[in-house]
Write a protein that binds this ligand. Structure first.
Ligand code: C2E
Ligand code: MG
Ligand code: MG
Length: 638
């Protein structure tokens, strides 16, 4: 069918025809009159014939006038589809195009399709659609479908009395682009381009609906960047934003690598520094834990922003449908609880939700309230754990360990409240108090003439990155009068590697004060030797996890040996913490580890108990080794 040419399109101008016929009749009559006049026919006959013809004409006119008016109306209506710039089609009951206006031809041209082929404007599955439309009580539908690079909308209705369809087509490409853009904006995060929390929640619900009956599981994984607020505060929002983009790129890369396991896993930016993952449709035997572990490990590799290197870690919480929740709200709440637990455990770990966590979450909330008052109520205490020279058994230092004497719950260990204090920022005030108390205590022991020891104070991430730590240390040393050489600060490897440039600069300023510096929990992070060399440090503390299995696990023994060798090559001393047995001590002596700390020698002691110990300058039962007479690796054990 050629658009623009049709039965209706060629409607006859009846009004003009009838008008012309009347004129013709009148002209014929004039001719007859003239002829009769010329022939001198009787006047009466002429008059009678005239009256008769006029009567016929009047009757005819009377009958024709309403029809003429109707025709005019119809002609005007015909113009609506005819002149409509959008395609208007009439289809027969079997879907054949029986009428198409000129607008259809225009759109076909725009689409680059042949002008004759009007069906090109209709959806491919036209027959099915027509069948379902016929079954509808309203017999009316609007279809939206793509055509080439356009999106068309076809408003179609079925006329049962004529057994045909009328279709009105519009190009809604622009409209649908704007709509898609708006929907994208509403569902995506502009910084990372990732789908946002809103879409995450919608997709969880969809996944739950999809797997309601097939016994497959759905995992909701929340991943919070540890101490990201510290990074934002110390480096500014610009760097923090770039870092979030770098984290996104890393996660996407890791997910591609893990595609085999997580074909349908999708990444979302849940909020601020929390990313989320939806793993839909896995069986009881498959586990999303493996994937989460890969992400946890993969994110620890250095990230680059403006050529500077940054290290970040995640606290990951996981909840699984149908075990941990029936809907998106409960699954999200429980994944969040698990994530908070991972944070409380110091970050850089993943926790699967368990029921007991809810009780714990409530507990930690009340703990937070109590902690706010702990300093005011004088509930914080310091314990001191001796650090001993391996060869001589001399006590040369003590690590300061914080304890909280809770009025109802008794002594609370730092692993429970330090992460909380860190999260809430209370660590800054607590840390300052610890530093001041430890320095004042050491000075008091100096004055009392006890063995001089170095006080090793742990510094949290927030203290290190946020506070002007060197100024604080200077001020406290001046206030207490302690010799800077008798103060040591411990920074964990993880904290040191977060922003290596900042670490290097801060450590340098601290070193200039004359204090000692050590890297705590060494071996758990991802230090590169390059950085270690650039940090002005004195000591590495081997993490207790290696010492624990030193005598039973060949790997841990090898790592311990390597750390000791590495430290010595860099002229650093090494201290092993967590020494609990005679065998471990013997092994560390054989490996030439400089110092030891652990329950086997001393547990963390109160100030009064350490004072007792410091009346001696060495561990009474430890055999002293004379390095001149005992070759390395052949030390006696006691
Ligand atoms: P850390 O700095 O690695 O401290 C060593 C931890 O190992 C201490 O745990 C200590 O009691 C424990 N320990 C020592 N010897 C042994 C042993 O032979 N066996 C075992 N199983 N454990 C041993 P604690 O006191 O519970 O402290 C845990 C962590 O809390 C510390 O790890 C440190 O990161 C943090 N912390 C403690 N006090 C402070 C503080 O004043 N400020 C900050 N920021 N963190 C602190
Ligand atoms: Mg420590
Ligand atoms: Mg440690």
């Amino acid at each position: 069918m050629h658009p623009g040419r049709s039965a209706i399109g060629m409607a006859i101008n009846y009004k003009a025809k009838i008008f012309a016929s009347c004129l013709a009749l009148l002209a014929a009559w004039m001719m007859v009159v003239t002829m009769f006049a010329a022939a001198h026919v009787a006047r009466g006959v002429v008059v009678a014939l005239s009256v008769g013809i006029f009567a016929v004409l009047a009757a005819l006119g009377f009958r024709l006038l309403p029809r003429l008016a109707g025709q005019a109306q119809r002609q005007r209506l015909v113009l609506f589809p005819e002149r409509n710039p959008n395609p208007v089609l009439a289809l027969s009951s079997d879907g054949q195009v029986i009428y198409a206006n000129a607008g259809a031809g225009e759109m076909l041209k725009d689409l680059g399709a042949g002008e004759q082929n009007v069906t090109e404007l209709l959806p491919l599955d036209l027959q099915q659609r027509l069948a379902s439309l016929r079954a509808l009580p309203t017999a009316r539908q609007v279809w939206e479908y793509p055509k080439g690079n356009r999106v068309l909308a076809c408003s179609i209705n079925f006329l049962p009395d004529r057994d045909e369809f009328h279709a009105y087509i519009t190009d809604i490409t622009r409209h649908s682009r704007v709509e898609a853009e708006l929907s994208h904006q509403a569902h995506h995060d502009p910084l990372t381009g990732l789908p946002n929390r809103r879409l995450f929640q919608e997709r969880i619900d969809q996944a739950l609906a999809a797997h309601n009956h097939d016994n497959l599981r759905v995992a909701v994984i929340l991943m919070d960047l540890d101490r990201f607020n510290v990074i934002t505060r110390s480096l500014g929002h610009g760097v923090a934003d770039s870092l979030l983009q770098a984290v996104t790129a890393r996660l996407e890369h890791l997910l591609v690598e893990e595609r085999v396991v997580s074909a349908d896993a999708t990444l979302y930016r849940f909020e601020a520094d929390i990313f989320a993952l939806l793993v839909p449709g896995f069986t009881e035997n498959q586990t999303p834990l493996h994937l989460a572990e890969r992400l946890l490990a993969g994110i620890q590799q250095p990230l680059y922003v403006n050529t500077r290197e940054y290290f970040v870690t995640f606290s990951i919480g996981i909840s699984i449908y149908p075990l941990d929740g029936e809907n998106s709200i409960s699954l999200l709440r429980n994944a969040d609880t698990a994530m908070q637990r991972a944070k409380q455990l110091g970050g850089n770990n993943l926790q699967a939700y368990s029921l007991e966590m809810n009780a714990r979450a409530a507990e930690s909330l009340s703990l937070e309230n109590y902690l706010r008052h702990a300093m005011e109520h004088n509930e914080l205490r310091l314990n001191y754990q001796p650090e001993i020279e391996t060869r001589s058994g001399r006590i040369t230092g003590a690590e300061v360990l914080l304890r909280w004497k809770h009025p109802e719950r008794g002594v609370i260990m730092p692993s429970e409240f330090i992460p909380l204090a860190e999260e809430t920022g209370m660590i800054v005030a607590i840390g300052e108090w610890t530093l001041r108390t430890a320095c004042a205590q050491n000075k008091a022991w100096n004055i009392a003439g006890l063995t001089k020891i170095t006080m090793a104070v742990n510094i949290s991430a927030r203290q290190f990155h946020q506070q002007d730590l060197p100024s604080l240390v200077k001020r406290i040393l001046a206030e207490t009068g302690l010799d800077p050489a008798l103060l040591e600060l411990e920074i964990t490897e993880g904290v040191a590697m977060q922003d290596v440039e900042h670490t290097r600069a801060t450590l340098k300023r601290l070193k200039d004060i004359g204090i000692q510096l050590s890297i705590d929990d060494f071996g758990t992070g991802f230090s590169s030797l390059n950085y270690l060399r650039r940090f002005p440090i004195d000591r590495l503390k081997i993490d207790q996890s290696f010492v624990r299995n030193l005598t039973t696990d060949e790997n841990d023994a090898t790592i311990t040996r390597a750390i000791i060798g590495l430290a010595h090559s860099m002229r650093l001393t090494v201290i092993a913490e967590g020494v609990e047995s005679k065998e471990q001590l013997a092994q560390l002596r054989r490996e030439d580890c400089d110092m030891v700390q652990g329950y086997y020698m001393y547990r963390p002691l109160s100030a009064a108990a350490l004072e007792e110990v410091l009346h001696e300058d060495h561990v009474p039962w430890m055999t002293r080794i004379d390095p001149r007479r005992t070759p390395k690796g052949n030390y006696p054990v006691s």
